[in-house]
Design a protein around this ligand. Sequence first.
Ligand code: FAD
Ligand code: NAP
Length: 273
Amino acid sequence: MEGRPLPDQFPLEPTPSLSVETVVSVRHWNDFLFSFTITRPPSFRFRSGEFVMIGLMGDNGRPLLRAYSMASPAYDEVLEFLSIKVPDGPLTSRLQKIKEGDHIYLGRKPTGTLVADALLPGRRLFLLGTGTGLAPWMSLIRDPDIYDRFEQIAVVHSVRGVSDLAYRDMLEARLADDPLVGEMAAERLTYIPTVTRETFHTNKRIEGLMLDGTLFQGSLGEPKNFDPVHDRVMLCGSMTMIKEVAAMLEGFGFTEGANSHPGEYVIERAFVG
Ligand SMILES: Cc1cc2nc3c(=O)[nH]c(=O)nc-3n(C[C@H](O)[C@H](O)[C@H](O)COP(=O)(O)OP(=O)(O)OC[C@H]3O[C@@H](n4cnc5c(N)ncnc54)[C@H](O)[C@@H]3O)c2cc1C
Ligand SMILES: NC(=O)c1ccc[n+]([C@@H]2O[C@H](COP(=O)([O-])OP(=O)(O)OC[C@H]3O[C@@H](n4cnc5c(N)ncnc54)[C@H](OP(=O)(O)O)[C@@H]3O)[C@@H](O)[C@H]2O)c1
């Protein structure tokens, strides 16, 4: 329609459910993935592992919002997100072009089940994610609280290609540069990346790594199988992965937890589809 303003010409205005934040930094990992940080309003409180709605102005002059997991821990001054780039995705076809200083909508009500409170106490915590399902793990493992609750923590990240291993250097270094959790992570964090469509030292999907014992490596110790008495599991990513792994866990005697009734494992899909 002639004369119709482009989405970027609508200024972002706060609403009762949305604040307007400023992009602080952007990092592109590859053609499919990027991460960025935004300002955090003083009133914004969340638990590490939760998600929130974020977005831009839609071409109808109304906010275009999508759910995103915080990748930063609850105490951080900025909010960090890890995002897919869907070429024809209504939001991410535009979101991938954001630059420092741009404005973005942030929902005022974070929520979610990938939080320590939804799990019963345990000894080993397994964080199993595909693709952008890594984001909540980056939040949880940078929060000292998780090291108070679990002796050992494993981050398992399944991706198609090597360049999809976002945060790989930081994870391989076990968060060595992190002043708050670096020391604890050095002894108690295990990073298990797997690349399913390119040559890499580990190639199996998560289900395969559960069955062949690969997940029970290094300081994770014994037993070399899932044990509902001591092990806790969080799942995030592809819905088919979640369904398949959840069924395996149920077969091992695990029950699903929620905020209202903690259990031995919790799930959250990282995208619709
Ligand atoms: C609880 C929850 C948390 C989420 N957290 C994140 C997050 O931290 N980071 C993130 O990038 N996305 C996350 N998403 C997905 C996100 O809400 C959007 O779907 C995504 O930003 C794409 O938006 P879009 O408008 O460009 O395309 P959409 O129309 O939303 O999606 C188009 C298609 O792209 C695929 N797709 C969308 N998102 C992803 C993804 N993350 N990984 C793989 N395929 C995908 C799906 O097949 C989908 O049908 C989350 C979704 C939910 C429900
Ligand atoms: N190099 C590329 O071309 C490339 C790379 C990344 C993303 N993308 C694009 O981004 C979109 C999203 O891709 P994505 O890689 O983030 O998500 P994805 O297709 O869900 O794959 C991410 C990881 O999850 C695994 N997985 C998928 N289904 C599973 C299941 N049922 N059980 C266990 N593991 C499972 C995949 O293994 P499998 O490989 O065995 O399926 C892969 O290791 C794609 O549609 C694609 O268009 C393309």
